[in-house]
Design a protein around this ligand. Structure first.
Ligand code: DAT
Length: 175
């Protein structure tokens, strides 16, 4: 099927853990009726991993299994994909790539509250400082579909959801 034959858009919401991907995606899903796919949860539920990484304290995601699992519904369209990585999905899947960004001190508190500590905490803060996800998104997708949005406070969430909802409503399938 051609790249842009879907009737509804696919959006990727990416960013360092704690930047608000799941909160934003869930509210955007409510507002647009697009399907929210939390890739981290999907990996756990469907065992799309190669075991547990003790050092990084997370599952070792099997990217091929994830892409196989999602291929059909991505082709169909109408999905919000929520994941803290973006370089292994096929470029053709997405119409919009959103990179959420959070100030370091705010992110530090959010991740500490979530129980992150030691290298897991510092690695994620460094990931945000060096804008790793923004660089990854820019390297993986066309420049004109990548957008960076601040996610520091609740007002930011409302504004981001509203901006993205408008974008979805104005999106038209290619003719
Ligand atoms: P992610 O999916 O990127 O890991 P999340 O949506 O689970 O992030 O949010 C992590 C925590 O931070 C959660 O308690 C909600 C809160 N949060 C996220 N974005 C926020 C924002 N812009 N303002 C205030 N709190 C936010």
């Amino acid at each position: 099927m051609a790249q842009n034959s879907r009737k509804k858009p696919n959006i990727l919401v990416t960013g360092t853990p704690g930047t608000g991907k799941t909160t934003t995606s869930s509210l955007l899903s409510d507002a647009t009726e697009l399907r929210h796919i939390n890739v981290g949860e999907l990996v756990k539920q469907k065992n799309l991993h190669d075991g547990w990484d003790d050092e990084l304290d997370c599952h070792i995601i099997n990217e091929d299994l994830v892409c196989d699992e999602l291929e059909d519904i991505m082709e169909e369209g109408g999905n919000i994909v929520d994941y803290h990585g973006c370089d292994f999905f096929p470029e053709r899947w997405f119409d919009q790539v959103v990179v959420l960004q959070t100030d370091n001190s705010v992110l530090y508190d959010r991740l500490s509250n979530r129980g992150y500590m030691g290298s897991k905490l510092t690695n994620n803060i460094e990931c945000e400082i060096f804008q790793v996800l923004l660089e990854e998104a820019r390297a993986s997708y066309p420049e004109d579909i990548v957008v960076a949005l601040q996610s520091n406070c609740v007002d930011d969430i409302s504004r981001n959801v509203s901006t993205l909802t408008d974008w979805v409503k104005n999106w038209h399938p290619a003719t």
